[in-house]
Design a protein around this ligand. Structure first.
Ligand SMILES: CC(C)(COP(=O)(O)OP(=O)(O)OC[C@H]1O[C@@H](n2cnc3c(N)ncnc32)[C@H](O)[C@@H]1OP(=O)(O)O)[C@@H](O)C(=O)NCCC(=O)NCCS
Length: 201
């Protein structure tokens, strides 16, 4: 297994693995309520991945020897550099379309409720991480997280994320993330915002 940044050519594979990973996720279940969820989730993640390929983010891919995509992680910089705005407009339209008006309202509600726990100053976010069903529990997710944190630590930057399940919270805690506040809904009571400050030294 090795890790490399996704490109336009591999964006589709990254979106596919994220869709597979999040199809039963409780928070995405709340955001993408209603029929035809898998197809909408796929459109949503294609928007997420293609937006993050621009100057405001990065997508890391974990690949098998035969280049099968095992996992993907989407990271973004805050505040986004001005050059990212055009990319967001060009690629980000897929997200509201996938969410539909009801999902956009749910997303706004979720972001408003979790805003007090998010990092106010410059920081990185781990927006989404997913490993294929067959690849889970074998260290792929951990490898993706370690890989990018090593680079972010060179910038001494804070990182935050939304943890949607108790299992993922355990994984993030291993890499120094601490719970900053609750993010749960009725459908996803375990969801939390987590923050990691760069290690000393
Ligand atoms: C969470 C996820 C990215 C972790 O990747 P992974 O390659 O399975 O993780 P690793 O093998 O490096 O580490 C395993 C740890 O991940 C966590 N984990 C969370 N969900 C898991 C799952 N469905 N299967 C296996 N491990 C999971 C556990 O803490 C586990 O440690 P444990 O065995 O001590 O319980 C992956 O399991 C996944 O895609 N899950 C579905 C999507 C998801 O929940 N994404 C994160 C949303 S915040």
């Amino acid at each position: 297994m090795h890790i490399e940044p996704a490109t336009e050519a591999t964006a589709r594979g990254a979106a596919d693995v994220l869709t597979e990973a999040f199809v039963d996720d409780p928070v995405y279940g709340y955001l993408l309520e209603g029929a035809d969820r898998r197809r909408r989730l796929d459109r949503f993640f294609l928007g997420v991945v293609r937006t993050a390929l621009g100057p405001g983010g990065v997508v890391d891919l974990a690949l098998d020897e035969d280049r099968t995509v095992l996992g993907a992680a989407v990271w973004s910089r805050h505040p986004a550099p001005p050059a990212a705005r055009l990319r967001n407009l060009r690629e980000g339209w897929r997200m509201p379309l996938a969410l539909r008006p009801r999902g956009v309202v749910h997303l706004r509600t979720y972001l408003r409720r979790t805003a007090p726990y998010r990092t106010p100053g410059p920081h990185w976010s781990l927006d989404d991480i997913g490993v294929s069903a067959a690849g889970r529990g074998r260290g792929v997710g951990g490898a993706l997280i370690r890989h990018r944190l090593a680079l972010i630590d060179e910038q001494r930057a804070i990182v935050d994320l939304d943890s949607t399940t108790r299992g993922s919270r355990r994984l993030y805690a291993r890499y120094g993330f601490r719970v900053a506040g609750p993010a749960g809904t009725e459908a996803a009571p375990e969801a939390t915002i987590m923050v990691r400050t760069p290690p000393e030294g």
